[in-house]
Design a protein around this ligand. Structure first.
Ligand SMILES: Cc1cc2nc3c(=O)[nH]c(=O)nc-3n(C[C@H](O)[C@H](O)[C@H](O)COP(=O)(O)OP(=O)(O)OC[C@H]3O[C@@H](n4cnc5c(N)ncnc54)[C@H](O)[C@@H]3O)c2cc1C
Length: 328
């Protein structure tokens, strides 16, 4: 039987993952990427002898990566080496700094030194967060998401109040910790969601669990080792990559996405998956008749904030700063 052909737009983590799963299922897969190499927002910059990770630097939830590679009969250690960082990160205040120790007992001592009684509260807080992590990942995130009925099992429905999707994480944290420093420390991980703690459900205390219990890890060679690993796996599965080619249009035939036009050529496929940003794919690549949302819908949306990045190389080694220094 002729193999079905898929085109994946973009080679960020999402594109690499989609391409690999399709290839594993027997599809012929071509990834078309506008940049010169894979990685997307997790690009690497090499300049004047320095190597920078341009995007992510916090490797959290190592279980998610292990699960990813295991679905292809592989292990993380087949592709890169991980090291747990200690401290996980450092927070600078106006009056000094606090290291977040990797060891939980040491972290409890830090809490206790800031607010007496808070170490026991941290235990309680994290017990709830552990439930949310386990339920959130297994009952929500890892479901294929093809139908709402996937979420209709009794455990998920009965546990929905324990997941605290209706109250804010800001209030949830304040109900455990009074000291502003502890509150800020615990609110920090939701920054990754691009939203403010007052607008984020308490469900996301699962991020505190990921942070404190899961730890911050360093892939040897930098975060780009993860991209390299996922890229190598995709190549081993037979995925083909076309770099430096900008997709300009997804054409629809018989109500299906069948052709992808780029700056250089046109490619036919049985299915197209876009790993580029949702709004961009909808409004710039799809014909208007096939867009799910109107332009007024997008205009009302508040996008996650951007940031300004500096990649700074120095001609001497500094002793004081650690990796991951956060200035509050
Ligand atoms: C500064 C920064 C810091 C971050 N820190 C962390 C962190 O510490 N920990 C963490 O877990 N996450 C972090 N993130 C988030 C993480 O990097 C992203 O969630 C992740 O890289 C997104 O992957 P993706 O595949 O969804 O999208 P992307 O990486 O954006 O991939 C999309 C790909 O599509 C390509 N593309 C787009 N349009 C076209 C087109 N028309 N034709 C062809 N190709 C196209 C793009 O070039 C890109 O390669 C950070 C992000 C940034 C920017």
């Amino acid at each position: 039987m002729k193999k079905k052909k898929a085109i994946v737009i973009g080679s960020g983590f999402a594109g690499l993952s989609a391409a690999s799963f399709l290839a594993k299922e027997g599809w012929t897969v071509t990834v078309i990427e506008k940049n010169a190499g894979p990685g997307g927002r997790a690009q690497q910059l090499k300049e004047q002898g320095f190597t920078f990770d341009m995007g992510p630097s916090f490797y959290w939830m190592p279980d998610v990566f292990e699960r990813y590679f295991s679905q292809f009969g592989k292990k993380v250690s087949d592709y890169y080496e991980l090291e747990r960082l200690d401290p996980s990160y450092r927070i600078y205040w106006q009056d000094g700094y606090t290291n977040m120790p990797a060891n939980y007992e040491n972290l409890k001592e830090v809490f206790e030194s800031i607010e007496p009684g808070s170490a026991a509260k941290l235990d309680k807080f994290l017990a709830g967060a552990a439930y949310k992590y386990e339920a959130g990942m297994n009952k929500l995130v890892y479901k294929p998401g093809l139908s709402l009925t996937e979420f209709f099992d009794w455990q998920t429905i009965s546990g929905v109040f324990r997941l605290q999707v209706f109250s804010s994480i800001k209030k949830h944290i304040a109900s455990y910790f009074r000291h502003p420093k502890l509150q800020q420390m615990m609110e920090f991980p939701v920054l990754f969601l691009g939203a403010l703690p007052q607008d984020t459900p308490a469900l996301y205390s699962l991020m505190n669990y990921a942070d404190i219990k899961g730890g911050t890890w360093y892939p040897r060679g930098g975060m780009y080792s993860v991209v390299d690993g996922m890229y190598k796996l995709a190549l081993e599965l037979g995925v083909e990559f076309i770099f430096s080619e900008n997709v300009t249009e997804i054409s629809i035939h018989d109500k299906s996405a069948k052709t992808v036009k780029t700056s250089k050529a046109e490619y036919a496929a049985d299915a197209v998956i876009s790993g580029a940003d949702y709004q961009f794919t909808e409004t710039k690549l799809l014909p208007a008749a096939y867009q799910s949302y109107s332009s007024s819908y997008w205009e009302k949306k508040v996008m996650a904030p951007s940031c300004l990045m500096y990649y700074v190389g120095l001609n001497k080694k500094l002793n004081k700063p650690v990796h991951h220094s956060l200035f509050f």
